[in-house]
Design a protein around this ligand. Structure first.
Ligand code: ADP
Ligand code: ADP
Length: 227
């Protein structure tokens, strides 16, 4: 079965004064196992809403959302999310940030540090384990964010415009690193962006949203050679 299956999903937000905003209108989307799928669309078309539903941190009103064949009922250990804003814990060192999810799962310190060190090395931050997030550039912080997400060995990686706050040159390096990691694992990735070049560079499939708000307009299979 699919890594992610969204079927006929609709979502309304209700604001304080009772006003309803339709954020998603009967949306369908499938991410197959091992596939890298990007969602592209203008601000406000419902991309983040969709990702949060798959992540299990936001409910919906109609339809079905499944991950690895199971209905989503909340967050789960098989999914990890990388945010645009990095969302690192500022009072923790880099290695503690990366191994935090393992700590929560009860993995002993030597083992979780071992895993975190391997990941920090693979994202080029082997020498920065004792640094604090504020001492790192945006690009470096997002490497930490990626290492933290991968530390829990997720099968599904959700990414919400992870590189859009990062300069163009660093972004290209991070995109290449991400593809390298993805190609060595059987990770399924759902990646939000508003940049078509990024979507085409990274993905097997590009899902275009937003001609009408909350709608998937088109799904394009990308068949380009990648690094
Ligand atoms: P995107 O990620 O594509 O920019 P969002 O998923 O953030 O889009 O938002 C989709 C729509 O839902 C927009 O109209 C947005 O204003 C609305 N929306 C998002 N979050 C909330 C919220 N917490 N309360 C009310 N409306 C919201
Ligand atoms: P709602 O429109 O339902 O208020 P929110 O955008 O506030 O939706 O998010 C819903 C849930 O997701 C909240 O419990 C919030 O704490 C959580 N959440 C939102 N953004 C993040 C994030 N960046 N990291 C972790 N949890 C988040």
């Amino acid at each position: 079965d699919a890594a992610i299956s969204i079927r006929s999903v609709s979502k309304y937000y209700v604001s304080g004064n009772g006003k309803k905003t339709k954020a998603l209108d009967s949306v369908d989307l499938t991410v197959n196992r091992g596939e890298f799928v990007s969602i592209i669309g203008p601000s406000g078309c419902g991309k983040t809403t969709m990702l949060k539903m798959v992540g299990g941190i936001l409910g919906w009103d109609h339809g079905e959302v499944e991950v690895l064949g199971k209905a989503v009922e909340g967050p789960g250990p098989e999914r990890a999310t990388v945010f645009q804003s990095f969302a690192l814990l500022p009072w923790m060192t880099v290695i503690d940030n990366v191994s935090f999810g393992l700590k929560v799962r009860g993995v002993a310190k030597p083992e979780r540090y071992n895993i975190a060190r391997g990941l920090l090395k693979s994202v080029g931050l082997g020498d920065f384990e004792h640094a604090y997030p504020r001492q790192l550039s945006g690009g470096m912080q997002q490497r930490v964010g990626l290492a933290r997400a991968l530390a829990v060995s997720p099968q599904v990686l959700l990414m919400d415009e992870p590189f859009s706050a990062i300069d163009a040159q660093t972004r290209l390096i991070l995109q290449t690193d991400l593809l390298d990691i993805w190609s060595k694992t059987d990770l399924s990735v759902l990646f939000i962006t508003h940049a078509m070049d990024e979507a085409v560079f990274l993905s097997d499939k590009v899902v275009i949203m937003g001609a009408r708000p909350g709608h998937v307009t088109e799904v394009i299979d990308v068949d380009l050679p990648r690094p």
